[in-house]
Design a protein around this ligand. Structure first.
Ligand SMILES: Cc1cc2nc3c(=O)[nH]c(=O)nc-3n(C[C@H](O)[C@H](O)[C@H](O)COP(=O)(O)OP(=O)(O)OC[C@H]3O[C@@H](n4cnc5c(N)ncnc54)[C@H](O)[C@@H]3O)c2cc1C
Length: 505
């Protein structure tokens, strides 16, 4: 069998990458050793950036419909709510999705899978990658089917989205260094009867543990996440559900009846990343490339963005519009992001569960009381929301980012969200192409460019809100990459900068 790209693994990373390749009209084969999409709820937090990406293929509304928008977070200490913060509009003005959405990974994967099928493609289920080899011209994937038959798939590129124990990563000789947390984590999806309403995320803060209850669709339905204290004797496979429930009751000091537990799991958390996201014509993405603590609901969302970064680059190379060297920027951009992510999630986890006396004192006695006050300030919201929602991820240091002129928004930033003539600017940016935007101050008419199948051209008035966001006072232009990151921002609107920029790759 021959194709352009083999995707190994149909978890959220592989499925989301397949959706992007469909968008770019690239041929691929996606395979997974499982029978179908996961039935489990696993990752439930969907970040704004993921929804912005899905908006381009018409999936964001459908995912929001199936989920639950977290309205507020309440902090519980010693069995009582000590403080609460409003969350439903925490990112207002920064994204069309200014909230954290809660949807089970099972439903999420199903939505992506349905999109793939509705576009005439399918996943080859019960098909396992057994080995791979590559030359300068292509890749051969050795696969084994459920009936024991083996097959070789020849492709131009291969992407390993095969999870934390990735065979692709091992076959490519990539390392996966980092550490393993000593503490055991648990999760349980269940009905919880207690005196609290089902309208908030509850975070129970204790001396050396943290327990969170995320409201999910369905009356009193919650995802409970927590940790056993350090030194808990048992191994992950040995823990019974009863022990989890006892730990929840002990840590939260709450009267609660937990019943109808439809899924629970105990697991060890690692903080690891690959030394490189690619080797030759093969790439790794998602958990195959980075794993970390669940703090901040980042893992699945990061995998989806790995694929989003890689898809347009593969499409440009396959179409003969860019040289192979463009693909090197995948590792350059996503490695740097994974490194930052691990540092942030490790720090957030320490703040949430460390038993050092000062951290524990701050967490239980100070934080619940000041959190809401702090979030009244725009500056705090503008720090927290971009960090957690992943809209703040930037590639400013990438070799693909070029600034010609001084602006508040820099090359490498995601295209900022704003409304123009009553609609989101993102409405204009859905086509899987480069977008050249010229913001015209009304004085010096910039030249017009005709759109082609590689670049769209948009001329927009330099309205005061746009001038304020970009820190610009006269006509300027922005070249967006197909993933809506700014490649070039320039005072020059003649097209010269643009041609020089594009000719680099
Ligand atoms: C309890 C829990 C809660 C979480 N909460 C969140 C959250 O709220 N937000 C968030 O962003 N992340 C969260 N995560 C992390 C998230 O679940 C993972 O980051 C995500 O599943 C990674 O997706 P993936 O597609 O990269 O890997 P996986 O989901 O592991 O998928 C890999 C796929 O590859 C297949 N595969 C493996 N080897 C082969 C092979 N040799 N041949 C063929 N197929 C193969 C597997 O069958 C699997 O389907 C959570 C994780 C857990 C466990």
């Amino acid at each position: 069998m021959k194709t352009d790209i083999v995707i190994v693994g149909a978890g959220p990373t592989g499925l989301a990458l397949a959706c992007q390749l469909i968008r770019h009209n690239v041929d691929f084969v996606i395979l997974d050793k499982k029978e179908t999409t996961t039935p489990f709820s696993k990752a439930i937090g969907v970040q704004a950036r993921t929804l912005e990406i899905y908006e381009q293929i018409g999936l964001s509304g459908k995912l929001v419909e199936q989920g639950w928008i977290t309205e507020k977070a309440s902090f519980v200490e010693g069995g009582d709510v000590r403080g609460a913060v409003e969350l439903s509009k925490i990112g207002e003005g920064m994204s069309p999705y200014p909230f954290l959405l809660i949807v089970e990974q099972g439903k999420h994967e199903k939505l992506l899978y349905d999109f793939i099928k509705s576009n005439g493609k399918d996943v080859q289920w019960q098909t396992e990658l057994a080995g791979l080899s590559q030359t300068e011209a292509g890749v051969k994937a050795n696969v084994k089917k459920a009936d024991g038959e083996t097959e070789i798939i020849e492709a131009k590129f291969l992407v390993g989205c095969d999870g934390a124990k990735s065979l692709v990563r091992t076959a490519l000789g990539l390392t996966f260094e980092g550490s393993t947390f000593e503490r055991l984590f648990y999760v349980a999806d269940a009905q919880v009867d207690w005196r609290f309403a089902h309208d908030s995320l509850y975070v129970c803060l204790a001396q050396n543990t943290i327990t969170a209850f995320f409201p999910m669709v369905g009356a009193n339905h919650f995802r409970i996440v927590g940790t056993f204290p350090e030194g808990h004797a048992a191994d992950e496979g040995e823990i019974l559900y009863e022990e989890i429930e006892a730990q929840i009751k002990k840590d939260t000091e709450l009267e609660l009846d937990i019943h109808d537990v439809n899924w629970f799991s105990v697991y060890k958390v690692h903080s690891r990343r690959v030394n490189k996201f690619s080797n030759g014509r093969c790439f790794v993405a998602g958990d195959a490339a980075h794993i970390h603590t669940p703090a901040g609901a980042q893992g699945m969302n990061t995998g989806i963005q790995d694929g989003y970064n890689l898809a347009w680059k593969l499409a440009a190379v396959l179409r003969g519009k860019a040289s192979l060297s463009l693909l090197e920027t995948y590792d350059e951009e996503r490695s740097a992001n994974a490194k930052r992510l691990l540092q942030t999630t490790d720090r957030a986890f320490d703040l949430g569960a460390s038993d050092e006396w000062f951290v524990a004192f701050f967490r239980t006695k100070i934080f619940p009381f000041i959190a809401n006050f702090a979030l009244q300030f725009d500056a705090v919201k503008k720090f927290i929301f971009p960090l957690v929602s992943q809209i703040g991820i930037n590639y400013r240091k990438s070799s693909l980012s070029q600034n010609n002129g001084l602006f508040k928004v820099k090359a490498g930033d995601r295209m900022p969200y704003f409304e123009i003539d009553g609609a989101s600017v993102y409405e204009k940016l859905k086509a899987p192409k480069f977008h050249l935007l010229t913001f015209f101050d009304g004085a010096n008419k910039p030249p017009e460019f005709s759109a082609d199948d590689f670049t769209d051209f948009h001329e927009m008035p330099l309205y005061p809100n746009i001038a304020e966001i970009f820190g610009a006072s006269k006509t300027f232009s922005v070249l967006l990459r197909p993933d809506n990151y700014i490649g070039l921002i320039s005072e020059d609107v003649s097209g010269e900068d643009l041609r020089a920029y594009l000719s680099r790759f």
